[in-house]
Design a binder for this molecule. Structure first.
Ligand code: ZN
Length: 242
């Protein structure tokens, strides 16, 4: 989190025709029952990976943005792979073949290498700082504010002291990093917890093309943020932190 948010560029977002495509593949694979409602988004994963999550009857799909501009058959293959995993159905061989050929192509490889390089580094420090341990803090916040259902990314402290940024969630690396500057005895626990809570909200509401240093907060995000019990106190403290 940063004091003054900026808008990220809109390079990601909804996959055009994605929901229809998943619906079609759902039928083609012979999945049983009423199909869920699909939301399909590009997501800035560091690697070529896609995910699907079912919540009630909504299936949230994240397709690696490496596939942006890929032929239709590659999207169909990605959908077949994800649905196949979820509903124990075999993805059609011809789709898998097209998918493998696409990801093995030199152009795709180059694109992957470039994106991976641009997407920062894995944090090497663990969750345990000199004063604060982010792991139990995460568990507590998760239980209290997220019904213990939030996925836990890698947690760590910045190697160098960041003074312009308190924390960052990087979806590509799946990690939350807090500024080492906060891992000091003069910083109260509620302030550290608030920054972690803020980043956890970013895990829950991922930004499009999110990168450290680029932030956007919707009104809903801001409202949810105020649920943190020491919200005002923490903001006040951080605003004055030298
Ligand atoms: Zn933020």
């Amino acid at each position: 989190m940063k004091p003054s948010p900026q808008r990220p560029p809109g390079q990601c977002g909804t996959v055009p025709g994605g929901a229809r495509l998943f619906h079609r593949l759902y039928t083609r694979l012979g999945c049983q029952g009423r199909p869920p409602q699909f939301t399909v988004e590009f997501y800035p994963y560091a690697n070529l990976m896609h995910t699907i999550r079912i919540d009630d009857d909504v299936a949230s799909v994240r397709i690696s943005d490496i596939l942006q501009g890929a032929p239709l058959v590659v999207f169909e293959a990605a959908a077949a792979i994800l649905l196949g995993r979820l509903y124990r159905r075999r993805a059609p061989a011809e789709l898998l073949f097209s998918y493998r050929r696409y990801i093995a192509a030199p152009r795709t490889r180059r694109r992957m290498a470039k994106l991976r390089g641009a997407r920062g580094r894995r944090v090497k420090t663990g969750p345990r700082g000199a004063i604060y341990d982010l792991a139990p803090m995460f568990t507590r916040l998760n239980r209290r504010y997220f019904g213990a259902r939030l996925h836990r990314p890698r947690l760590g402290w910045s190697e160098r002291t960041w003074r312009t940024q308190f924390g960052c969630f990087d979806p590509a690396l799946d990690q939350i990093v807090l500024s080492r500057w906060l891992d000091r005895a003069v910083v109260p626990q509620y302030a550290v917890e608030y920054v972690l809570f803020h980043e956890m909200l970013h895990v829950k509401h991922p930004l499009r093309a999110a990168r450290c240093g680029m932030e956007a907060h919707s009104r809903r995000f801001r409202q949810e943020e105020q649920r943190y019990v020491h919200y005002l106190r923490a903001r006040k403290f951080l605003d004055r932190l030298p």
